[in-house]
Design a protein around this ligand. Structure first.
Ligand code: ADP
Ligand code: MG
Length: 292
């Protein structure tokens, strides 16, 4: 019985230590802290929608959509789901695909109805020597509107650009302004292309953007920010996020949303909005003042 009691006591102390450590980090002195924001699902709703289809070189729009949807059918990426749903909503069925493969942070490839189809970033197409000059201005115009351009090539030739858009959450701009007043610098970290990220960042008032960062180098970017002598809090929805900094490195992971994926976070804000980060920091600072 005594042993059980000791165990319980140790557990309670561990929980308190765990919690105060997080509050201490979160309540850290102003101007030392960075909040790194995963663009999708935190600054934005995380519900991307297919908005545009622009074939090039006389490619048929319906065929393009069915080929692209076929290639994306087996991808779990939120962009792929937006594309396949958008194609179905237009009353079209994806063509059957074989040999599906995904290239992390870049896109997908598959053989669809006998055609070699590539769908993703300019880098994905460029990597296999496809000339993207015909697609670049179309993609740039869509990205300037804050949409994510998705480039498609069929049998080694550029076929068109699709665009997927995610709406900015209503209160994101106000929350980011409040964070900045608290002395917290906000940085956006995303795998999305630089123009799209810059357009979204401008809408929500984020000044520093690290875009086109592949999943692995995301962790390096976080370590680099920590190297600037800052405390880094990573805010994400846990879906396909960057590897978060650990509390042991004076970092914190803040999960936003009710999704199961946020269980990996140090602190979970179920409100699903960035305003929760502001509240958490204010509360932590007040708690630290009381402890002192
Ligand atoms: P993030 O989660 O920060 O948006 P990802 O690493 O998931 O970054 O993706 C980076 C980019 O790679 C996307 O913005 C998109 O352009 C491209 N991409 C990734 N997966 C796909 C896919 N299945 N279809 C089309 N494009 C994709
Ligand atoms: Mg992602």
């Amino acid at each position: 019985e005594t042993r059980t009691l000791t165990g319980v006591r140790l557990y309670v102390f561990a929980v308190i230590e765990h919690t105060t450590r997080r509050i201490r980090i979160l309540g850290a002195t102003a101007h030392r802290t960075f909040t790194v924001l995963d663009k999708t699902g935190t600054g934005t709703e995380g519900k991307p929608v297919l908005t545009d289809v622009q074939p090039v070189g006389g490619f048929d729009e319906t065929v393009l959509l069915r080929l692209v949807a076929g290639a994306e059918a087996d991808s779990e990426h939120p962009l792929a789901q937006a594309i396949t749903a958008g194609v179905r909503d237009r009353g079209l069925r994806p063509l059957a695909a074989t040999g599906f493969g995904s290239v992390t942070g870049k896109g997908v490839q598959a053989t669809v109805a006998g055609h070699a189809v590539l769908v993703g970033t300019a880098r994905l197409l460029g990597d296999v020597g496809i000339d993207t000059t015909a697609l670049a201005p179309v993609a740039a115009a869509l990205a300037a509107e804050g949409k994510t351009p998705v480039l498609a090539a069929v049998d080694g030739r550029p076929a068109g650009v699709l665009a997927v858009a995610d709406t900015v959450k209503d209160d994101s701009a106000a929350a980011i302004a409040a964070l900045q007043r608290l002395g917290v610098d906000v940085v956006m970290l995303t795998g999305d292309n630089a123009r799209t990220a810059a357009a979204i960042a401008a809408q929500v008032g984020v000044g520093r953007v690290l875009a086109e960062v592949l999943p692995e180098p995301k962790a390096d970017e976080i370590r680099r920010l920590q190297g600037e002598g800052r405390t880094v809090g990573m805010v994400g929805d846990g879906i396909n996020d960057a590897p978060a900094p650990a509390a042991d490195d004076d970092g914190l992971a803040l999960g936003i949303g009710t999704d199961v994926a946020v269980v990996a976070a140090d602190i979970t804000l179920i409100s699903g909005s960035l305003g929760g980060v502001v509240t958490a920091i204010r509360l932590s600072r007040a708690t630290m003042r009381n402890i002192r």
